[in-house]
Ligand binder design. Structure first.
Ligand SMILES: C[S@@+](CC[C@H](N)C(=O)[O-])C[C@H]1O[C@@H](n2cnc3c(N)ncnc32)[C@H](O)[C@@H]1O
Length: 295
């Protein structure tokens, strides 16, 4: 038996799903084969499912190549990543020197260590790139940020051992699924207002035509008898895109930044969309939590 702790997300990521994980978990399909997460980000739901031992096999993917390389380095070369991070000082000058480095001139473990270090010591733990795709977050105001969490990195590495990790656009999931698989989509959200900035995950952004393509992928997956679950903002755009007989739209409460500079937080509703009836899955899960011997 391993003494490692339960693995947790190793990066802070805009739109991270840690606080929605309970609401998502009760809405998962009762039975499924392979788990696919095509907008993995920090992988909050994946780590939660792993912890609950709900996954037999998983395929995690994202379009952000540095992010995916960080997953690969942790899966395959975690000791090197840990060694590098243990040699990094927490220091403004060092931060800017690391930020200046071209990640594509570094080795895989160096690229991953740079990503983790910048994410944990940069301002607000943001991942933000400019139009040229260059990471441009300033040095953060943390006293002693924990950029080397050795135990968690080892636990994450173990959790990723049998996982397929791919850098690929979301629609390629259509090529990998078989009936009975489950796909969870957590795309960049449609903004609640015109001023809310929602496209800064990746230099290319994610506009209305991407949301429409994603809806079409969900229809194709439904025809292939694949379970889908998708989260997005509670907006007219999303409600109307998914107002088709394939889908069930469910509201959940989330604690989110409610103004555009992120300083004011409050409860707002978000949408969880599935192509299977959630009520029954939720009822059975609640029953399972209260009286596991009944299931
Ligand atoms: C809302 S975040 C996912 C957050 C994640 N669920 C978590 O818990 O951290 C959206 C992710 O979609 C990725 N992304 C943006 N456009 C994409 C595309 N066309 N195909 C695949 N991934 C994309 C971004 O790199 C980002 O990591």
């Amino acid at each position: 038996m391993s003494n490692l702790p339960v693995p947790r997300p190793f990066l802070k990521w805009a739109g991270g799903k840690t606080q929605l994980a309970d609401a998502l978990l009760v809405r998962m399909p009762l039975v499924f084969n392979v788990y696919h997460e095509p907008f993995v980000g920090s992988g909050a739901l994946f780590f939660r499912l792993y912890r609950e031992q709900r996954i037999r096999h998983a395929v995690l993917s994202d379009l952000n190549a540095e992010l995916i390389d960080t997953y690969l380095a942790i899966r395959d070369r975690v000791t090197e990543v840990i060694k590098l991070l243990s040699e990094f000082p927490h220091d403004r000058e060092f931060y800017y020197a690391v930020r200046e480095k071209d990640p594509w001139q570094l080795s895989l473990p160096e690229r991953a260590a740079r990503m983790i270090y910048l994410n944990k010591t940069g301002y607000n733990g943001l991942y933000r790139v400019n139009r040229q795709g260059k990471f441009n977050v300033p040095f953060g105001r943390y006293k002693s940020p924990k950029y080397l969490d050795q135990e968690n990195l080892l636990a994450v590495s173990q959790a990723l051992q049998d996982v397929d990790i791919l850098c690929t656009p979301f629609e390629t999931v259509l090529e990998r699924v078989v009936p009975g698989d489950w796909v969870y989509f957590d795309p960049p959200y449609v903004p609640l207002s015109q001023t809310a900035n929602f496209t800064s995950y990746h230099a290319n952004g994610f506009g209305l035509s991407d949301q429409e393509r994603l809806r079409d992928v969900c229809i194709e997956l439904s025809k292939k008898k694949v379970y889908i679950m998708l989260s997005n903002s509670d907006t007219e755009t999303i409600r109307s895109l998914y107002s088709l007989s394939y889908f069930t739209i469910d509201e959940v409460l989330a604690n989110r930044a409610i103004n555009c500079d992120g300083t004011k937080r409050g409860k707002i509703t978000e949408l969880v969309i599935t192509n299977y009836p959630v009520e029954r899955a939720v009822q059975l899960r609640l029953l399972e939590q209260r009286a596991p011997f009944l299931c």
